[in-house]
Design a binder for this molecule. Structure first.
Ligand SMILES: [Fe+2]
Length: 273
């Protein structure tokens, strides 16, 4: 009899947990960061899109596009796994066509773009929408240098080489923003001493979080309790921001307390007396 009541209590508790988690839908949220720098005189707002994996965000991707429009960014950057290697990519195509018309957009690929044999075609499509695809190349936008590191579609150089190329062409007089998919390589990126800000993704926030207690449960590269699951990491010489990404239907297990996110970074001048 006692065993039976204990079992019922366990089942009731499990049902309550499932009900609570189901009630929490973990919708898209916008996360804002501010970075001050003496290298700029005018504020710049960057919107970061990462790890979309062609997931749907409303009809014609309007939920995501409206969220970006609401922030009026100066620049949109895409930090990899926007196109996917398995699922249909029509949501990504619709999204890129729309933001390419609206904003200066810069795109550094992730592992899933390079995993597909069609990355060169997808890159050409993104370029046709007005998006600049960067493979170890830098583009100056006012006082900002956008440094896009990614393995080249023809495999003529790898991921680490691409960071090296970006570092070679960084300008110490400008605010250098590295777009690089893999946050676990923060130390390697920082070793060049050239980048003021690193924008990464890939970790999907460690999939499960316990707010205030566990920032992320697991990533393939860093295992359980990963050091770079998501959020802001301030080092002596630069800041890294790791997006929790936008994928929400591709994974086999659901996100828990780990909302898909649009990252907004305001780079503002240091106040002078
Ligand atoms: Fe990835």
């Amino acid at each position: 009899m006692k065993k039976k009541s204990t079992l019922l209590r366990v089942i009731a508790a499990a049902a309550a947990v499932i009900a609570v988690l189901s009630a929490l839908s973990f919708p898209l949220r916008t996360v804002e960061y501010t970075i001050t720098s003496d290298k700029i005189t005018e504020p710049v707002r960057i919107a970061q899109i990462s790890d979309l994996h062609s997931c749907r965000y409303g009809k014609n991707m309007e939920t995501l596009i409206d969220a970006i429009d609401a922030q009026s960014p100066d620049i949109v950057v895409l930090t990899g796994d926007i196109y996917d290697d398995v699922v249909d990519n029509s949501n990504t195509s619709v999204f890129l066509e729309n933001i390419g018309k609206r904003y200066p957009c810069f795109y550094a690929a992730g592992n899933h773009e390079l995993r597909t044999s069609r990355w060169a075609d997808y890159a050409a499509e993104a370029e046709s929408f007005g998006i600049t695809v960067l493979e170890g190349e830098n583009v100056r936008v006012g006082e900002i240098m956008i440094c896009g590191a990614a393995m080249k579609a023809d495999r003529s150089f790898d991921w680490e080489d691409s960071v090296c190329k970006c570092a070679e062409n960084a300008d110490p007089n400008l605010f250098n923003v590295l777009l690089y998919h893999f946050p676990e390589q923060a130390d390697y990126c920082r070793s060049f001493g050239k980048f003021d800000l690193i924008l990464s993704g890939h970790a999907h926030g460690g999939q499960w979080r316990i707010p205030g207690l566990v920032n992320g449960l697991f990533t393939p590269e860093e295992g359980f309790f990963p050091a770079h699951a998501g959020g802001r990491y301030d080092f002596d010489d630069c800041t890294m921001i790791v997006s929790r990404g936008l994928s929400r239907t591709k994974e086999k297990i659901p996100r828990i307390f780990n909302n898909p996110e649009l990252v907004i970074v305001d780079i503002v001048p240091e106040e002078t007396e």
